[in-house]
Design a protein around this ligand. Sequence first.
Ligand code: ISL
Ligand code: CA
Length: 550
Amino acid sequence: MDKTPWWKQKVIYQIYPMSFCDSNGDGIGDLPGIISRLDYLQQLGVGALWLSPVYPSPNRDNGYDISDYCDIHPNYGTLADMDTLIAEAKKRDIRIIMDLVINHTSDQHRWFQKSRRRIEPYTDFYIWKKGEPGKKPSNWGSFFGEDCWVYDELRGEYYLHLFAKEQPDLNFHNEMVIEAIEEVMRFWLERGVAGFRCDVINVIYKNTLANGKWRPALTGSEHYISTEGCHRVLHRLNTEVLSRYDAFTVGETVFVTPRMAEDLVDPSRRELSTVFAFEHMETDCFKIKWFLRKFRAERFFACLTKWQKALSWNTVYLENHDQPRSVSRFGDDTRYHDESAKALATLVLTLRGTPFLFEGQEIGMTNFDYTGMEQIRDVESLNIWNLGQKLHLPRALRWKMIKEKGRDNARTPMQWDDTANAGFSGGTPWLAVNENYTRINVRDQQQDPDSVLNYYRRLIALRNGSAVLQQGSFTELHRGDGLYAYRRALGEQSVTVVINLSERQNKNPAGGRVLLSNYGRTACPGTLLPYEAVLLVPEAEKQPAAEVVQ
Ligand code: ISL
Ligand code: CA
């Protein structure tokens, strides 16, 4: 019997519920909307959906500020809708993964409201520290460009928030907090979800609140990144809850080295199934995303290879709700839109590890075309804009930073067709639709056999049926001049992947029979055209999926 876990075989698709599909015309995507698109997702070939948070929330950080872990935000529907989604997805062999945000809650969560008033057992649920108003307890900085202490008048103490000030951090030194989280996990696992994407999971346990070494950003982080205490909490959640349901976890882990990541996913330690690391997403910046650096394919490939070699099992992703669109960032969203979107599809679906796609990636959605700050909704972008102003950064530079890296780039409504609001909503969308929806949308691409969408479908089908692509080893064959080539091998079988992530022509360093080509080739090209990608198998080989998939 094949003991390989499902999450090493399937492709996972992330839904940003606010922007996916609005069923009732209030401008906000919802659960019935997702349910109405399940057939589409099944045809795409994905095996699980990760939903960004759908819990009640004041939406200061679009749901990553949860005010009740065991209910559904009325914007999205009800618990009954969630049950329907789980059941309808299951019929289509699709699992549901919830987003679990446990580093912090919303300041509107009843735990926090009681903690402020020292009502037991919530008094020590959060990270409180004595201090005079106006005199912060330490020099730490937050992820969203503010300092991270707020003085609460009611309690007369400061609380810590590593993200927005409406997101107070929970206290994982407190046994009762861990128990409360275990209860939340059981609640959802009993309802039939397959696992959790664990938000910023490697920062949950703070060793000390003392001053940190000064850094240009995130001063204090040495006191909370991947601490021993964090490993202990994860091991406990795993042994006491997750393993009993055979649940899958993917931990979002910031500032991790491969070594730190391996400690989180090593099966013998029983902590997490997989992690999202960020190093490849930081190859177009200097450590912090706002310190822009020109994208260079070589640096990007070198980083991918490093992680492919170092980690026993990776996640592979190029997009999520916090990142710019990959075709705009790593490809060319004007001259070679389709070619580069397909080249990136080839990359994300043929590296070793669990592939994660973000809604709209499969049609090559591009960065937001916003023209002014009044169109921006994201709390991080708004904070950074104001901070930049305080620091007297030139307006043009600030604008460039937001345009290139702002999180709303990925959050514009899904482009379903060329009718009003891209078929996303009958009302006014909460965030503007990208004007290119008349050119880039699902319906058109469904009808075009050469579309980005149909290329994704073919590639996912190929991967779903190929043990080599799922399980095979990774060996880098070539890297340079925008060209990346590697081999996946398992037993007697192998697949060679060649990707030209540049607008130059490049000599093909590999040979073989064509299994899939983003230029529709049937014979192995000697010269690769701009953004050309090709999957090759040895000439003599019968398997896998012997015919050219067209
Ligand atoms: O996008 C980022 C900031 O530039 C990342 O650092 C991001 O904040 C970090 O990856 C954590 O992200 C997660 O937790 C945040 C939430 O805002 C993000 O949407 C979520 O993915 C706080 O819960
Ligand atoms: Ca709605």
